[in-house]
Design a protein around this ligand. Structure first.
Ligand code: FAD
Length: 365
């Protein structure tokens, strides 16, 4: 029960770190605090299983972390809404519905977006890969619809390549015409190791994904993707998978930003005491890392401790991001590519391992 001496902790966003924090509060309940979680929707997709869902190996239920149950298990309130700003002086979160929520301590874990606002036609005809929930729903509807399937993925990083193979796999037995194209303005997979590039290029080809490099996309329409050289690629499902863009509203927090991301120190605290940020929306100036779910997951125990310590006035713990981690990329069918510390392996064994890690992650909830 919330009493007047209770402090208010507001968790903005149901990203991976916050889901794990709620899970930890179940094992060891918080004293003298009430937790509120703000998230658009009662579930949040787990990124590790997204390509498997797109390929048809997992159901939507497999993919979704149940935030409503996690919240009710720990007596937290889940608010189905969207943050649009923060008044850090009066310690309030502003919501899209017009409501405000008071907080003593807050944490932001809202991920990023892969919207391509500068590209004409993207707002009307493109589907950003992130946020994952809206993307998953759009894909599910498209996959089930009848007719020609011309898919174009904009952005040939690892996420774009993984999605391209998953989509090609899902559509391989489609009775209508199917094409899957992966476009990059320079070379695909340019931030990956030479081994990853070679093996994943081979797998893209096995999945009949057409790679178009040096592509300068100038416009999307309802039926095609237009390139600067005049080429028009037929397209009725265009995915934005290029880059990581911070949510616009984060500018309205008054917190210190680096390229639009919330700057945090080793304790995961932003420029204002008692306001934390984690996952993709945070920028770890002390030791910057690429945007990846593994960091969001590893931040969870530190954030859990620091929320408790912030309540009691204790000294905050520091988070140290790992320098390398096991990268597992699914390859369309039930096969995966794994790479860590210079070794690499692909095939069914890697899929077995990836599936086990991802299922174990989800089973804890
Ligand atoms: C196709 C693909 C595959 C990937 N595979 C991997 C992988 O295998 N391994 C890996 O490490 N990383 C992977 N990633 C990266 C991974 O998705 C992210 O790093 C991870 O999801 C970050 O988690 P997060 O905690 O920042 O929040 P997210 O998982 O992004 O969740 C953010 C939550 O905040 C909510 N939210 C958004 N806006 C608001 C708002 N205004 N108010 C309140 N709530 C809001 C969202 O609805 C969502 O529930 C992949 C990404 C993609 C696109």
């Amino acid at each position: 029960m919330n009493t007047s001496k209770d402090k208010n902790i507001v968790l903005v966003g149901g990203g991976h770190t916050h889901a794990l924090v709620l899970h930890a509060f179940k094992a060891e309940p918080l004293q003298d605090a009430h937790v509120t979680v703000i998230n658009p929707g009662k579930t949040a997709p787990y990124s590790g299983m997204l390509p498997g869902f797109v390929a048809g190996h997992y159901t939507r239920e497999d993919l979704d972390i149940g935030l409503a149950k996690l919240s009710s298990d720990v007596g937290a309130t889940l608010v189905d809404d969207r943050a649009i700003g923060m008044d850090q002086t009066r310690r309030k979160v502003l919501l899209e519905s017009g409501e405000t929520l008071d907080f003593d301590i807050a944490s932001v874990d809202v991920g990023i977006t892969s919207r391509m606002d500068a590209l004409p036609g993207f707002a009307e005809h493109g589907v950003p890969a992130k946020p994952l929930a809206a993307f998953s729903s759009h894909w599910d509807a498209f996959r089930r619809s009848a007719g020609t399937k011309n898919v174009v993925i904009l952005g040939g990083g690892i996420a774009g390549a993984e999605l391209a193979m998953a989509m090609a796999h899902a559509l391989r037995n489609n009775p209508a015409t199917v094409s899957v194209k992966l476009l990059d303005r320079s070379k695909i997979l340019s931030s990956n190791s030479k081994t990853a590039q070679q093996r994943i290029r081979r797998e893209l080809s096995k999945n009949s994904v057409e790679i178009i490099e040096g592509a300068d996309v100038v416009e999307l329409t309802a039926t095609n993707v237009a390139l600067a050289d005049g080429t028009r690629l037929p397209a009725n499902f265009v995915v934005g998978a290029a880059g990581a863009t911070p949510h616009e509203w984060i500018k309205n927090t008054g917190l210190k930003l680096v390229n639009g991301f919330l700057e945090v120190d080793e304790t995961l605290q932003t420029s204002v005491s008692g306001i934390f940020a984690v996952g993709d929306c945070a920028h770890m100036s002390f030791d910057p890392r690429p945007k990846a779910g593994v960091f969001a997951v590893r931040q969870a125990p530190v954030l859990t401790s620091n929320l408790r310590r912030a309540l009691s006035g204790g000294q905050l713990l520091s988070y140290t991001p790992q320098s390398d981690y096991l990268k597992l990329v699914s390859l369309g069918g039930k096969r995966a590519f794994g790479e860590k510390n210079g070794w690499a392996l692909s095939g069914r064994l890697m899929w077995w391992l990836k599936n086990k890690i991802d299922r174990d992650f989800m089973n804890q909830f």
